[in-house]
Write a protein of this length. Structure first.
Length: 60
């Protein structure tokens, strides 16, 4: 089984490779290390994350 590689898009723009095991770890990194609380993309991410958490068996 091949594991997906989750990269930080903000770090990638700066040519830094930061990988994470889960999207929750990525989100914590974005909030802690980058000021993503005001980013509209994080609103979309949070809305999507909450729908996935409510319906984890839905096919993607």
């Amino acid at each position: 089984m091949v594991k997906d590689k989750i990269l930080c898009f903000v770090c990638a723009v700066k040519n830094i490779e930061r990988t994470f095991n889960t999207y929750y770890e990525l989100q914590e990194h974005l909030y802690r290390d980058h000021d993503m609380k005001k980013d509209p993309a994080m609103d979309i991410f949070n809305k999507y994350k909450s729908t996935v958490a409510k319906n984890p068996t839905a096919e993607q």
